[in-house]
Design a protein. Sequence first.
Length: 439
Amino acid sequence: MKTLFQNQHPADIAEQLTALDRKNRNITFYLLSNDSKVEVFSYLDLDIQQEIASSLTDHDLAEVLNNLDPDDRTELFETFPDAMIKHLINLLRPEERSVALNLIGYAEDSIARVMTPNYIQIKEYYTVADVLSHIKKYGARVENLHYIFIVDDNNILIDDLRIEQILLADDSTKVSELMDHNFVALRTTMPVDDAIKEFEKYDRSAIPIVTEKGILVGIVTSDDIMEKMTERDTEDIQKFGGMEELDVSYTRTPILELIKKRAGWLVILFVGEMFTASAMSYYDGELEKAIVLALFVPLIISSGGNSGSQAASLIIRAMALGELKLKDWWYVLVKEVKSGIALGAILGLIGFIRIILWETMGIYDYGEYWLYIALTVSLSLIIIVLWGTLAGALIPFILRKIGFDPATASSPFVATLVDVSGLIIYFSIAATILSGKLL
């Protein structure tokens, strides 16, 4: 038979195999070379693929699956029940397993993308001695031995046990006697961010992953979750710095890609700052009459931007930790109004005292209306710091409400917004207080 198939196209071999009865087809396929198996397998109908896969040893099946095109393998997996899929994924090399999990229908941000199929599962009728024997046989391939998972005959998760419960029990004790049917499990469709919160809530080293029907398909370990937390926090920090998140580490990112990631936000922020120049040009007349006002422009706008950045940092982190929800916006508003007024008053008082000292000590002559200038600066600081604080605190809520990542409310973004609006506030207050005097 091997001689007959020499120099034939895999599609022709597949056609001839299809014409054979099941027994002869399985035997003939088994006799093919490893390379031929992979090529021929991809040309077989799905029902025959499933039949042959069921007849192969794990070693031979692993050889086929690891070398099968990802799309063909995904199509094959979709024909198997969940329990069989779990077994097949366990046969794949780590890199192929990652590809397979990405392609079998789980959403990109779902916890199923992170799960491992290597764990210990047992039945409730096992004795402790049976469990220990099972662990010795399969434990070397398992990532986490802290928990043992109990499934029924349909592979539905019904409970889990800590390893110490097994170790401290008598050998003759049945697993069913140790069970309390009180366990934690995550759905395959659960977003990674929600899964992180579950880990933080239950403080476990591993949590099982089940399908919507409750079938156990994998586990997620605390190490995997820590990696995801690091990725999430890194992305947030990069966004908060005013750039797109990097796809790989900084050291592995090519210079052109790094420029691309940073240029977009820089251009947006630059255009925003152009409005600052436009706002200043709008008040040319006031500046010509009272050039002294220009001295305090950097002081005014930087104070507003700094207060906004502080507030944004606090709120975004509180959101990430789950401390604040969308419904808490009013609580935040009230709290930040109080904070903004207090912080603005502190800076306003310092600014007021500074102008008085410089004038009375002769360090700088602010002119005849120096007291009104001091009042303008201090009042502007109060209002602009309040505005910056509110902007930094509420923009993350607005972004979350419309479906964007709150981390997008980066420090540069908030600072740019407050710069433009702060100038308008400053010159409007100056026009009111200094009207009929310097203006």
